[in-house]
Design a protein around this ligand. Structure first.
Ligand code: PCA
Length: 231
């Protein structure tokens, strides 16, 4: 695919879970549906907060849109920053039931597949650019072990398979890149939870996601600067 060819950015968000009436990950995705940037159009898809079904819905969206960039979003209530997740692990370990009542413990997302995959988004360049706009952002080294990590792993496994297939077919499009981002509570959710939980307004979350997409489309090689943590 040449850079001038039209292409699609697939943006997914989750339905509400854990008795919450709203999930900002879907509200943000929905707000960006149809947004155009650098020859790309955003297509937003809602995923069920259900192990297995979420990955099936993602597969259907990948088949429908054939995106060149995929960003999956989820809520991480209690985090203060937009979290650029670095690594997806091949493990489901649910502390609470999903929206279908399933609560897998220590099972593989994809049996026999690698233990982990790294995001192929330029996560450090994205953090740099969000902070330059005054937006709260950080690299995160765990997406947890619930449905968000599950979909992150399912996505990266699928993209890795696609890339392996493309490598055997010279002349095909560059493999799609993708990753996962956790967003904070909305202010009304934080107020319900109480205890001074951090939150970010929907408009600000949407602004952050537009900046994420801009950087992800523009930057191929991530910058090399530390975002490590001692613990
Ligand atoms: N957050 C949950 C699942 C759905 C969502 O938005 C998580 O972090 O796993």
């Amino acid at each position: 695919m040449s850079d001038a060819a039209p292409h699609t950015v697939l943006l997914t968000g989750f339905e509400p879970f854990e008795r919450d009436p709203v999930n900002p990950s879907w509200e943000v995705a929905r707000a960006l549906d149809g947004w155009q940037q650098g020859g790309a159009t955003v297509r937003s898809v809602q995923l069920p907060c259900v192990f297995g079904k979420a990955a099936q819905a993602l597969d259907a969206a990948l088949a429908q849109w054939r995106p060149s960039l995929v960003i999956c979003l989820g809520l991480a209530g209690g985090r203060a920053e937009v979290s650029l997740e670095r690594v997806a692990i091949n493990l489901d370990d649910a502390r609470i039931a999903d929206n279908a009542g399933q609560q897998p413990v220590d099972t593989a997302v994809v049996p026999g597949a690698p233990a982990a995959y790294f995001s192929t988004l330029p996560i450090k360049a994205i953090v740099r650019d969000l902070r330059a706009e005054g937006l709260p952002a950080a690299v995160s080294n765990t997406a947890g072990t619930f449905v968000c990590n599950h979909i992150f792993y399912a996505l990266m496994h699928r993209l890795a398979q696609q890339a392996a297939g493309a490598a055997t077919l010279p002349g095909t499009a560059a493999p799609a890149r993708g990753g996962f981002i956790h967003v904070p509570y909305l202010p009304e959710q934080a107020a319900r939870v109480g205890g001074g939980a951090p939150s970010v307004a929907l408009d600000t979350q949407a602004q952050a996601l537009r900046a994420v997409i801009r950087t992800a489309l523009a930057v191929r090689e991530d910058v090399r600067e530390t975002a490590g943590q001692l613990h």
